[in-house]
Design a protein around this ligand. Structure first.
Ligand code: NAP
Ligand code: G3P
Length: 471
């Protein structure tokens, strides 16, 4: 049984309380992590605060040299990290390793981008202040709370932690319960990289038990959260002055506007909808298409869905068990509601506990829950809508606004439609996706607040410090 501990001030914490992590594939314990209490969590913030000024005083290249040892330790242990991840979130081994290597790419790019966070220099001439030269550099905000979701326990954590650290902040990191083994493993990498005491702290414990304590500490200067709308709104509702970046849920639509490359469209839609069993915020979660094109497109989509392998992470199956049985019950409920209201199941609608076959549902209508709710599972609804204007209207009616896809070979039409869709980003002729990670990544409406992406994260975790020279 893997036993990983919380990490505070470079010490592994064992308070005798444990949080068991269940392997979604075996439904048996994958391991356990420390279940911290309030007093432990407050120690993490004290450690982060005490370490921050000295960490920020280091030169950028000194911080990078220390963080590069962390990066090198990731590569050294990449297979073990991938195995732990696959055991605790049922991501197949290939995708788990891909997540680890993608994270190293993010780290390397972050180091380079940090070197180019040049100060802003301005004269006052434009406002009649002739003898004033302003230099505005970006400096650390202080103590950053990073909270990550279960579905990218390594990538979406370090995509916050590394930008925070490289700019001189210190970090308190809360991994998702399902993801805590992967998160706590980062402490071993930090020790291997000779991190200075207190710059990086891992607080483990079930969110519903310790979440309020973690997000209420007065030492927090900024929170970077990725997770569900419900939790994100709980954090937002605290109304503290703390700066927030929230990356929340999604209900990404795919609008299919012509039939000029249906094989490509179907391939993008299926990989976009069913990657990691649909447990991606940017998964395609609804398809809008008119009847005439649907009669040709849907059979092609069905052909692709039927080919998706179903099994275990060790088998590198495309479809693996969803995170837990509570989630699979919710997903099944959406499918059942659609069926009861007249939708047509073309494939799937089959499960063994939390292993759910990819499910393709045609003739979904706006009165069905599946048209609006985020399943976060392997189900794809087709909504047959016979006008582009109606597609845009339904796409925008969602409370979510993360991403969208527009499939259309006429680029003018595609751009004009994209400009009308209320999301952070619209992908033309590809599935919706966060990458490449150097791009800004944002959601609007219930899908988030603020912006991620490498440069945007460096900006959101720093503030201006102005020095004005009068001469
Ligand atoms: P979640 O249940 O909201 O949990 C997210 C994180 O918040 C976890 O670390 C969780 O810890 C923690 N948490 C729970 N209660 C908390 C509280 N009261 N205060 C502070 N933190 C608390 O989301 P998830 O199930 O991990 O991920 C699925 C959701 O996240 C989906 O809606 C998905 O769309 C969204 N998501 C969005 C993005 C994006 O980039 N926009 C990326 C990935 C996922 P515990 O696990 O211990 O509860
Ligand atoms: O749900 C995780 C979100 O960040 C999507 O990432 O790379 O799968 O589009 P990606």
């Amino acid at each position: 049984m893997r036993e990983l501990k919380a990490f505070i001030n470079n010490e592994f914490i064992n308070n005798g309380e444990w949080l068991e992590i269940i392997n979604p594939t075996t439904l048996l314990p994958a391991g356990k992590v420390t279940a911290l209490k309030a007093e432990d969590i407050n120690k993490a913030y004290s450690a982060a605060r005490n370490a921050q000024k000295d960490w920020e005083k280091l030169a950028l290249l000194e911080r990078i040299s220390i963080l590069k040892k962390f990066r090198d330790a990731i590569l050294k242990h990449q297979d073990e990290i991938a195995k732990i991840m696959s055991e605790e979130i049922a991501k197949n081994l290939k995708d788990s390793l891909a997540e680890v290597l993608r994270t190293v790419e993010i780290i390397d790019y972050t180091f380079e981008e940090a070197k180019r966070m040049d100060p802003l220099a301005m004269t006052g001439e434009g406002m009649g202040a002739k003898n004033k030269l302003g230099i505005f550099e970006r400096v650390a905000k202080g103590v950053i709370l990073a909270i990550s979701p279960f579905n990218y326990p390594f990538n979406l954590a370090l995509a916050k932690i590394i930008p925070a650290l490289v700019m001189g902040n210190t970090v308190v990191f809360k991994p998702a319960t399902a993801g805590s083994l992967t998160g706590a493993y980062m402490a071993k990498l930090a020790i291997e990289a000779d991190f200075p005491k207190g710059i990086f702290n891992v607080v483990t414990g079930r969110g519903r038990e310790v979440g309020d304590i973690i997000t209420s500490n007065p030492e927090i200067d900024m929170i970077s959260f990725t997770g569900s709308v419900g939790i994100g709104n709980q954090i937002r509702a605290k109304g503290s002055s703390t700066d927030l970046v929230l990356e929340l849920g999604g209900k990404d639509p795919a609008l299919v506007l012509d039939d000029r490359d249906l094989e490509k469209y179907a391939s993008e839609i299926v990989t976009g909808a069913f990657g990691y069993s649909g447990q991606r915020c940017t998964a395609i979660k609804r398809v809008f298409v008119n009847d005439q094109i649907a009669d040709k497109l849907v059979p092609i989509i069905k052909k692709h869905v039927e080919k998706l392998s179903v099994g275990t992470p060790e088998q590198n199956a495309f479809i693996t068990p969803v995170i837990d049985e509570k989630s699979s019950d919710f997903i099944q409920g959406l499918i059942d509601d659609a069926k009861q209201k007249g939708a047509k199941i073309l494939f799937g609608d089959k499960r063994e506990k939390n292993l759910m076959w990819p499910t393709l549902v045609d003739y979904v209508t706006p009165d069905m829950k599946l048209a609006w709710e985020e399943p976060f599972g392997p189900v794809l609804p087709i909504l047959r809508v016979n006008s582009i204007e109606e597609m845009i209207k339904l796409a925008n009616k969602s409370n979510f606004g993360l991403q969208a896809s527009v499939f259309c070979q006429d680029i003018s039409t595609a751009i004009n439609v994209a400009k009308q869709i209320e999301t952070g980003t619209v992908n033309i002729n590809s599935k919706s996706q966060r990458g490449p990670d150097c791009f800004p990544f944002l959601g609007i409406k219930d899908s988030g607040e603020g912006v991620q992406g490498i440069r945007e994260s460096l900006i959101s975790m720093t503030r201006y410090k102005g020095i004005v020279i009068n001469y």
